[in-house]
Ligand binder design. Structure first.
Ligand code: ARG
Length: 263
C-alpha cells in the first residue's frame, strides 16, 4: 500500500513538475522526498516457500511478506526485497550483502555462529512427503532411502546427519519434482510449506502426494541479519514481539489458513 502511495505521489510530482507548477511542486516535493530520505533496508528472500513467501504472478505474497511490511512501517523504513535462492539468502546476509534474511529461516545453533537472529515468531517442523502407496510410513523407513531436499536448508542438514541418500535442489519445486518423477523415495520439507505445496499438487494431479504424520524436528522461524547488527535486531524485535503478543501474527497465519504455533 505504502509503495503504491509512494509511486502515485512520485507520479503526481513528476506530472506537476512537467506542468511547471513551480510552487506547488516545491511544497509537494518536500512531502515526497520525505520517503526518499527514509532508511532503506534490503530484505533477501527465496519466494518458493508458501505460505511464508511466494509469488502471485510477479507479486510477493505471504505471511512473512505481510509481517515484514508491518514491521517496516512501524520502524518507518523502506524495504527493498531481493529475490534469490535460499542458500544465497543465508550466505548473502551473513556476508552483509543484504540487511535482512526473510525465508522461513530456522534458528539453529550452527547458524547462530555466523549470523544474528531476531526473536522467533512461530514454530515449525520438518515433514516427510511420499507418493500415495509408498512403503515409507514413518521416519524409520527412510533408512538407506533416496530423499530430496532444498539446498542449504535444515532438511538437508537433518537428512545428511541421518545418513539418507540425499539429493539437494536449489528450488523447492525441483525437490518436489524429484519425488513426483520417482527419482527419490521421499521429499523432506518444512511442514506448513509441505501442506500448501502438496495441496496445490494434489488439486491438479491424479497421482497424489501424502504427508506423513510424523514430524521430525521443532524449528523456530526468525529473521536473520549479519553478526554485529545488534541494534537492528533490537529494533525489529520491539515491533515483532508486539505483533506476536497482540495476536497480529496469529491472525496472519489464519489469513493464510495455516495452523499457528507460538514459540
Ligand atoms: N526452515 C528451513 C531452513 O531454515 C527451510 C527454509 C526454506 N525457505 C525458503 N524460502 N525456501 O532451512
Amino acid at each position: 500500500m505504502k509503495k503504491v502511495i509512494t509511486l502515485l505521489l512520485t507520479a503526481v510530482l513528476a506530472v506537476s513538475a512537467l506542468a511547471g507548477c513551480g510552487s506547488n511542486a516545491g511544497t509537494a516535493g518536500n512531502a515526497g522526498s520525505g520517503d526518499k530520505t527514509k532508511r532503506t533496508l534490503s530484505v533477501a528472500t527465496s519466494p518458493d516457500f508458501p505460505p511464508f513467501e511466494s509469488l502471485d504472478g510477479t507479486k510477493l505474497i505471504g505471511i512473512e511478506v505481510e509481517l515484514m511490511d508491518m514491521i517496516a512501517e512501524k520502524m518507518d523504513v523502506n524495504i527493498e526485497y531481493v529475490q534469490i535462492d535460499f542458500d544465497s539468502v543465508l550466505n548473502g546476509v551473513e556476508a552483509g550483502k543484504y540487511d535482512i534474511g526473510m525465508s522461513g529461516i530456522s534458528v539453529t545453533d550452527e547458524r547462530k555462529e555466523n549470523a544474528l537472529f531476531t526473536d522467533p515468531y512461530c514454530l515449525a517442523a520438518q515433514a516427510i512427503v511420499v507418493t500415495e502407496g509408498s512403503p515409507i510410513a514413518a521416519k524409520a523407513d527412510l533408512a538407506g532411502k533416496a530423499v530430496s531436499v532444498q539446498t542449504g536448508t535444515t532438511a538437508e542438514l537433518f537428512c545428511n546427519a541421518e545418513g539418507y541418500n540425499v539429493s539437494s535442489f536449489q528450488a523447492n519445486s525441483d525437490a518436489e519434482s524429484a519425488l513426483v518423477t520417482g527419482k527419490v523415495d521421499a521429499w523432506v520439507i518444512d511442514d506448513l510449506t509441505a501442506a500448501e505445496m502438496v495441496a496445490a499438487y494434489n488439486a491438479e494431479n491424479d497421482t497424489k502426494l501424502v504427508i506423513l504424520s510424523e514430524a521430525m524436528t521443532t524449528e523456530p522461524y526468525a529473521f536473520m541479519t549479519k553478526l554485529g547488527n545488534d541494534d537492528l535486531v533490537k529494533e525489529i524485535n520491539t515491533q515483532l514481539d508486539a505483533l506476536v503478543k497482540d495476536g497480529t501474527v496469529k491472525s496472519l497465519f489464519e489469513k493464510y489458513n495455516a495452523p499457528y504455533t507460538q514459540p
